[in-house]
Design a protein around this ligand. Structure first.
Ligand code: PEP
Ligand code: MG
Length: 888
């Protein structure tokens, strides 16, 4: 039979799965010889059994009885003994800290008799009756499910009747009367008497703690923190010590370093004559921990000694809860403390310098998410007085942006050119909005999820974006949007958007710059005296040294490429060429689509080619000596044509006077219109259907590379074919591309080798990767489309439409567009990687979907043995750090 109960002397800090965090650490402290009130822990396994079967596992009750007897023996008194009662607390404690989410009952063991024993022993009637009424109150609420308000009201009534405001002015008689009132509440609302048998109190409290694992707020918290639903909680039964026995008693919390900044020092709060719950309830103000030195020097000195011991033992910053009972210090809890991102980096380096941890451990102590947090400008919430919160959308691309609301791309560009900060507000964005997005400080949309166009493009640019703010009604024509409460925001009014929380404000919230970005940009050095920057520099240096995965960037212009390189990218993994077909060049694309003869089409392509070539020259220059993967055009052509509805209306309104060019255009838009464009004429299919399109792009790449080579550069182009599902598609394009490369080499006299490879973004491609590798020198996993096609989830629609519900139902813990779905999409990646390598052992493997910058997904790519991940320039440092962390 498994062991369900561990005395504090039996466990240790590594048994968190079984004893929960609190229980494991109480045991660890006990074994370190620290003053921990004796007690025992009932395991999470017992909880899981109880939650599954609705009953306690066999043997648990006897095991508890045995441990209780041992505890009674050690304390020299029995639970609830009438003349000198042992009292215990029953506290929850799961593997992962879930602060305040589950239940605790204190003072178990008090009843109508033992309350007198406690009074006599403590020499304090008032304290004893106060403790008793607290028990009934907590027990009533937690175990018997009685509305807490009823007890609160009774307490308020008692104070009102006496004409006082403060609990401290109630005397023993008042609390005694309250005990009667509380018992009446229990009788009336629970339909039973308050149980006076101490063991029954304890057993019911244990079950209530188990049940609290499934309290609504606990479920919600776990979902947010991505804590697995099936862990269960342990229960700690601990002998009570009292911080409310007079002014020589008290309770407090302490941190071994400042959890906000990481600074070394004495941090914490103390409250005299109080129990922990009084601190939480904020009934009285605490004093800084340093004042304990004057209140009780002996306890203070002992506490500092213990804090040092704990930090050296855990080799990390700890937080601590303690109580002083009549001058005697007791440790009630410790754990490795939560900290801000900045503190995490600083503390890791401090501990490294103290010789407590190795450089590998220092890298493990920080996360990519923390680094990302440090890189975004943020709102200074302390100075947000002048702004009104309007709504909350999806936190699509972090950061903080302030500017005038504008509703069209053109207007955004116009105002930005005048030096104004603007926020582009749209229902949703499309490739046409790119110029406006570039010009704007941030982007706000009322529709679309985290992989919507707005979100992907904004993240790529490191631009703040809130998307899917569905409570907003955006009226682009009228140039205004309406927010809940009929707040109308007109063009030109200043709004602030927080891409880290999804919040939208009317008015200006001040923004702060990130020193960490200035460091990556090369504007701030490790030697400039900023402790955070120095810490980031050291940790990044070590992570880079350990990483096996390389990190490239998704970038499609020279500026982004240059920034990516400054941020540490080792090449470009995805250059989306369609982004070069926008703006003025749309006219040329229109000509291409409308061409009726080969000559017309050739002319349109010839006009586009030099423009493409110039783009590539700039990118090769920025990434000189490093690989640049250029993807040939992917989206359906209609995306470059005017909107069907708008054009139809224009033509219809003009009737007979309609511009013949518009009519022709409308015909083309109709011809190209697809019900399911994502599954339609795009990617390699376009290249095979529109003669000359891919050739033009390959020629532009080859000529650009030749030009760079002649200028003394070292261009390393890789040509990537999108949306391939069959090797035959790739073979056809490959042949054409090789011919063009050879032509250009002959014409220019410069031979620039270029790898030719494909994206793997369709399940069929993954499943036939062995064949496809015959024609591909590299694979790049396009996991945006691969997720879309594997799940059958439209990437532009589903997040806003129903992912909220799916997350609530626990169908997945995180959107598969955000973190790669290991079992499904990941399995296809594994298969393709293995089969690709079998055909072509030196095939290069990478990933360029949004997952390339997601920490969890980076670890997956490392495990599968990919050669690189590619992500937006701003995610490059995050991916570098995680690539290092994946190794150690
Ligand atoms: C992908 O599908 O993962 C990809 C990188 O291509 P895009 O997002 O441009 O479709
Ligand atoms: Mg794709």
């Amino acid at each position: 039979m498994p062991k369900f109960v561990y005395d504090f002397t039996e466990g240790n800090k590594d048994l968190k799965d079984l004893l929960g965090g609190k229980g494991a650490n109480l045991a660890e402290m006990t074994n370190l010889g620290l003053p921990v009130p004796p007690g025992f822990t009932i395991t999470t396994e017992a909880c899981r059994h109880y939650l599954k079967h609705g009953s306690l596992p066999e043997g648990l009750e006897e095991e508890v009885a045995r441990h209780l007897s041992a505890l009674e023996e050690a304390m020299g008194k029995r639970l609830g003994q009438s003349d000198d009662p042992l009292l215990v607390s029953v506290r929850s404690g799961a593997k992962f800290s879930m602060p305040g989410m589950m239940e605790t009952v204190l003072n178990i063991g008090l009843n109508d008799e033992s309350v007198h024993g406690l009074a006599a022993q403590a020499g304090d009637e008032r304290f004893a009756w106060d403790s008793y009424r607290r028990l009934i109150q907590m027990f009533g609420k937690t175990v018997l499910d009685i509305e807490g308000e009823l007890f609160e009201e009774a307490l308020e009534d008692a104070k009102r009747a006496k004409g006082i405001d403060n609990d401290v002015d109630l005397d023993a008689g008042d609390f005694r009367a309250l005990v009667d009132t509380y018992k009446g509440i229990v009788r009336e609302h629970a339909g039973r008497e308050f149980p006076t048998d101490p063991r029954e109190q304890m057993d019911l409290a244990v079950k209530a703690v188990f049940d609290s694992w499934n309290a609504d707020r606990a479920i919600l918290y776990r979902r947010q923190e991505r804590i697995p639903v099936d862990l269960g909680t342990a229960v700690n039964v601990c002998s009570m010590v009292f911080g409310n026995l007079g002014m020589d008693s008290g309770t407090g919390v302490a941190f071994t370093r400042d959890p906000a900044s990481g600074q070394q020092g004495i941090y914490g709060d103390y409250l005299q004559n109080a129990q922990g719950e009084d601190v939480v309830a904020g009934i009285r103000n605490t004093v800084p921990l340093t004042e304990l030195e004057t209140i009780d020097k002996a306890s203070y000195d002992q506490l500092l000694e213990i804090m040092e011991k704990l930090e050296n033992h855990y080799r990390d910053m700890c937080d601590i809860e303690f109580t002083i009972e009549r001058g005697k210090l007791w440790m009630l809890q410790t754990r490795v403390g939560k900290r801000t991102a900045a503190a995490a980096f600083r503390i890791a380096c401090q501990l490294l310098d103290q010789g407590l941890i190795t450089a590998d451990e220092a890298v493990r102590r920080v996360t990519g998410d923390q680094l990302a947090q440090l890189m975004f400008p943020r709102f200074d919430a302390s100075r947000a007085d002048g702004a009104t919160r309007l709504t909350k959308g999806m936190n699509a691309s972090p950061g903080a942006a302030v500017g005038k609301a504008v509703f069209t791309s053109a207007r955004a560009v116009e105002l930005a050119e005048r030096g104004e900060d603007v926020i582009l507000v749209r229902r949703e964005t499309n490739p046409d909005d790119l110029a406006g997005m570039v010009a704007a400080r941030g982007v706000l949309t009322s529709r679309g999820g985290k992989t919507s166009h707005a979100a992907v493009v904004a993240r790529g640019m490191g631009k703040t974006c809130v998307c899917g703010a569905e409570e907003l009604d955006v009226d682009v024509k009228a140039g205004r949007f309406t927010a809940p409460g009929d707040v109308v925001v007109e063009e030109g009014e200043v709004i602030s958007i927080d891409g880290s929380t999804g919040e939208v404000f009317l008015g200006e919230v001040p923004v702060q710059d990130s020193p960490v970005v200035r460091y990556f940009e090369g504007e701030l050095g490790a030697a400039d005296g900023d402790e955070l920057v120095t810490a980031v520099d050291r940790i990044m240096g070590h992570a880079d040294g350990q990483a096996r995965l390389r990190v490239r960037a998704n970038a499609d212009n020279p500026e982004d490429a240059a920034r990516a390189r400054r941020f540490g990218a080792r090449g470009i993994g995805l250059c989306r060429t369609e982004h070069m077909f926008l703006g003025d060049r749309r006219r040329l694309v229109e000509k291409l689509v409308l061409a009726e003869t080969d000559d017309e089409r050739r002319a349109a392509l010839e006009a586009l080619e030099p423009l493409q070539k110039q783009d590539f020259v700039g990118i090769f220059e920025a990434m000189d000596g490093l690989p640049v993967t250029i993807r040939l055009i992917d989206p359906p052509l209609h995306e470059f044509l005017p909107d069907l509805t708008e054009l139809s209306v224009r033509v219809a309104l003009a009737a007979d006077d309609a511009d013949p060019k518009d009519r022709k255009l409308l015909e083309a838009v109709h011809r190209l219109h697809e019900q399911n464009p994502m599954l339609g004429l795009r990617g390699v299919r376009l290249g095979l259907v529109i003669p000359g399109l891919f050739s033009m792009q390959v020629r532009a790449i080859a000529e650009a590379a030749a030009e760079r080579r002649r200028a003394g550069g070292d261009p390393r182009p890789e040509i990537m074919i999108p949306l391939v599902g069959a090797v035959q598609e790739l073979e056809a394009v490959r042949e054409e591309a090789e011919r063009v490369l050879a032509d250009v080499a002959a014409e220019t006299g410069v031979d620039v080798p270029a790898l030719i490879g494909t994206m793997i973004e369709l399940p069929r491609a993954a499943l036939t990767a062995g064949q496809i590798a015959e024609a591909a020198e590299f694979f790049s996993f396009g996991t945006n489309d691969l997720t879309q096609t594997t799940w059958g989830f439209s990437r532009d629609d589903v997040e806003a439409a129903f992912f909220g519900r799916y997350l609530e139902l626990g169908i997945f813990g995180v959107s598969p567009f955000e973190t790669l779905d290991r079992e499904g999409v990941g399995r296809l990646v594994r298969i393709a990687a293995e089969e690709g390598r079998r055909t072509r052992p030196d095939i290069k493997l990478g990933i360029c979907g949004e997952h390339g910058g997601d920490p969890e997904s980076v670890h997956f790519c490392h495990e599968v043995g990919l050669d690189y991940v590619s992500c937006s320039p701003f995610r490059v440092p995050v991916a570098r750090l995680e690539a290092g962390r994946a190794v150690i």
